[in-house]
Write a protein that binds this ligand. Structure first.
Ligand SMILES: NC(=O)c1ccc[n+]([C@@H]2O[C@H](COP(=O)([O-])OP(=O)(O)OC[C@H]3O[C@@H](n4cnc5c(N)ncnc54)[C@H](OP(=O)(O)O)[C@@H]3O)[C@@H](O)[C@H]2O)c1
Length: 210
């Protein structure tokens, strides 16, 4: 499938583009700064310019699936959390619907299913992710939502724990998150489902045998 990666220049996004390049899928890396293009050109990946705060529907031409991995990050205020993590994601779902996209994989976060339980100072972020996730669920698009634990920059191990609800907290390398998201794109058992994700002991292929 031709897969639009929104947030492609991010730390997870770059891994996602690489994993898709190594798969049968064809990534289209959406970036917001022309200076970010050469990195993807060197990989041989197609790029498209788009900013979630502006118009980005042109990015969707010919796209069959979307992986949303963008986020405003912890350095910005609550206003950007609303604009990017919530409203940007909602616009991305609307465009997907408009362009008849078959599949939408959302990189969410641990706790987005129960934002009311989040700690002070973090709850607004969990609510933003929650609202985006719920909007996707109601959209009618074939979705998968993944809520990883704390992200690390360690190399991937390929071993994960992926369940609809995990009672434990944990970490996971960004590379393993990317690998999981790329695999879930074409996993029928993951369609219209949401998962928590942390590092585990089982190889991804075993975990994905739903
Ligand atoms: N940190 C954690 O422990 C954790 C845990 C669970 C889930 N998550 C989720 O995982 C996401 C990805 O993590 P990460 O480490 O890859 O984050 P990251 O490196 O900050 O990547 C976020 C990407 O979003 C892009 N972006 C921001 N605003 C945009 C806009 N207006 N238009 C288009 N793109 C925009 C950024 O673009 P630029 O490169 O141009 O800045 C960046 O490439 C986070 O945003 C968070 O929601 C994080």
């Amino acid at each position: 499938m031709k897969v639009l990666v929104i947030g492609a220049n991010g730390k997870v996004g770059k891994h996602i583009v690489q994993k898709l390049m190594d798969s049968s899928h064809t990534p289209v890396a959406m970036v917001r700064d022309p200076d970010q293009v050469p990195h993807f050109e060197e990989l041989g990946a197609q790029t498209v310019l788009g900013d979630l705060e502006k118009g980005f529907e042109e990015a969707y031409y010919g796209v069959e699936a979307v992986i949303f991995a963008a986020g405003s990050g912890p350095q910005t205020g609550a206003d950007k959390t609303l604009l990017i993590d919530q409203e940007g994601a909602i616009k991305a779902v609307d465009h997907a619907k408009h362009f008849g996209v078959q599949r939408f994989v959302m990189l969410s976060t641990v706790g987005a299913d129960t934002p009311e339980k989040g700690p002070d100072g973090f709850r607004h972020y969990l609510y933003a992710k929650h609202r985006a996730d719920e909007y996707l669920k109601q959209s009618g698009i074939n979705y998968t939502i993944v809520r990883p634990g704390s992200l690390t920059n360690e190399p991937g191990t390929g071993k994960v724990k992926l369940e609809e609800h995990l009672s434990e907290h944990g970490e996971i390398p960004r590379e393993d998150v990317a690998e999981t998201l790329a695999h879930l794109l074409s996993e029928p058992g993951a369609e219209n489902k949401s998962f928590d994700l942390i590092s585990g002991t089982k190889p991804l292929d075993d975990v994905l045998a739903f």
